[in-house]
Design a protein around this ligand. Structure first.
Ligand code: HEC
Length: 435
């Protein structure tokens, strides 16, 4: 999926490379990675591959962009607290982590010290008002948690090393006791009590691609969805995994449980649309009437009106149902954006190498152009190609990342160390990071 996305981005941006005033080809596709509801005021938020962050105040009928302060446009992870007002955290794929305290009105970067900014999954352990929330984060090559002082720290003891192509990351925090983080990926399923020293693997899922997790708080039941290997549940009282019968071979991308009536469960699948059960998972029926795309990435339900569902697809944006999935209607696609509109929307200073961000900055080594081949940078001085898939030059240890990217970029050893040195110095200079 990640690879596909990468090619999608790469090829859709290709015509823009090198041009002075690049314009994206009019794109009429919209990929919705995640949708979350605001439990306090019926708002919905969504993140996309090619339209930044979006918000809706009318139950998903219409969507507005909510990207102010973001310096990247492709996002894979979104989480919200159920506090009033809610705190929103967004994981950009390459752009790192952002927080919004005003319902998506503005975002602030939180990437100081984060050693990998390609975020795939994110979960919040909310703290008391005034204190820092604890975030758990699965990035492309590492797992992190925020320390009580807000610093990012590695949190991966007991996890197998991440292979390059690790995919399908899903995260959930179970209330416990003990409060436990659950983490599914293409290698299996892992859990760790938040105060525990190590992750442990669930042997039942060894080498199974765990693609979706959900928790039914009423029955204290954890649901696990896989790619092609079935659907499982386990109760807090009874830790044995129970496979559920039902449609075989589904690639499950999302599981949504109706909180007020937890026998009602929806599955969003890759290629097979949506399935619904009203008896806790014994019988399943397709709920696809009106769905024009069967690749479902994300699914959300309005907790105060559980008949209202929103489905996010791979290319056709949102579909909406007001009757528990009996009938779906497509939400009209948003107009295509030009690169200039995207840059304006992100509020990025696009003045290039002479812009404000370049002040006091060390000189960009010529080989750095190779680091612009596939993606750009949030600082305009470094963003030699106007891509919207951007990396923040944040303060961190740059060596592991540059070492990892060196092969992709075709760097000589000398270029590799020059770029490591450059990024280290650049991330420390005055105007180097922060919006
Ligand atoms: C051939 C394409 C390609 C080139 C060239 C490339 N990258 Fe990447 N980069 C990727 C992809 C794909 C990802 C996302 C997946 C991942 O993290 O591996 C990524 C992710 C990143 C990230 C976020 C993840 C992390 O480890 O923090 C950073 C930072 C980054 N690249 C820096 C660089 C630098 C520096 C260079 C030049 C030395 C470079 N890239 C060259 C494709 C490329």
């Amino acid at each position: 999926m990640r690879l596909l996305l990468f090619f999608l981005l790469f090829f859709s941006l290709r015509p823009a490379f090198g041009a002075d005033q690049p314009a994206l080809p009019p794109e009429r596709t919209l990929t919705i990675h995640q949708i979350v509801g605001d439990p306090t005021n019926h708002k919905f938020y969504a993140i996309t591959s090619n339209y930044g962050a979006l918000t809706s105040s009318d139950g998903g009928r219409s969507w507005q962009t909510a990207s102010r302060g973001l310096r990247s446009f492709t996002h894979h992870a979104l989480a919200i607290t159920s506090t009033e007002p809610p705190r929103l955290y967004l994981g950009a794929w390459g752009g790192g982590i952002y927080r919004s305290l005003d319902r998506g009105g503005h975002w602030t970067e939180m990437n100081e010290g984060l050693g990998n900014t390609a975020v795939d999954a994110l979960v919040i352990d909310p703290r008391d008002p005034g204190a820092t929330d604890t975030l758990y984060l699965a990035a492309s090559t590492h797992f992190y948690r925020t320390a009580p002082d807000g610093r990012w720290t590695l949190y991966e003891d007991g996890l197998p090393p991440f292979p390059e192509d690790i995919k399908f990351k899903s995260l959930l925090l179970l209330p416990g006791p003990p409060k436990t983080v659950w983490y599914g990926n293409s290698q299996g399923l892992f859990s760790r009590p938040v105060d525990g020293a190590r992750w442990s693997e669930e042997p039942r899922f060894h080498e199974v691609r765990v693609s979706a997790l959900a928790y039914d708080a009423k029955n204290r039941r954890l649901w696990v969805g896989t790619l092609g290997k079935g659907l499982f549940v386990r109760d807090d009282q009874n830790p044995a995994w129970r496979p559920l019968a039902g449609p075989t071979g589904l690639w499950i991308n999302a599981i949504v449980i109706d909180p007020s009536h937890p026998a009602t469960v929806y599955l969003g699948t890759r290629g097979q649309g949506i399935y619904k059960s009203t008896d806790g998972g014994t019988a399943w029926a397709p709920a696809n009437h009106g769905l024009e795309e069967m690749d479902i990435r994300s699914l959300a339900l309005d907790s105060s009106n559980p008949a209202l569902l929103l489905a996010g697809t791979t290319s056709q944006g949102f579909f909406r149902s007001t009757n528990g999935g009996d009938e779906w209607t497509q939400v009209p696609l948003l107009p295509a954006l030009s690169m200039d509109q995207i840059i304006a929307m992100l509020g990025i200073d696009s003045t290039g190498p002479t812009g404000a961000a370049a002040k006091n900055a060390p000189a960009v080594p010529p080989a750095f152009a190779k680091c612009n081949r596939c993606h750009g940078w949030t600082d305009p001085a470094l963003n030699q190609k106007h891509t919207y898939w951007r990396m923040p030059p944040n303060r961190r240890d740059w060596k592991p990342t540059v070492d990892r990217m060196a092969q992709r970029a075709g760097l000589t050893p000398a270029e590799q160390s020059a770029i490591t040195e450059f990024l280290t110095a650049y991330s420390q200079h005055d105007a180097g990071s922060g919006p």
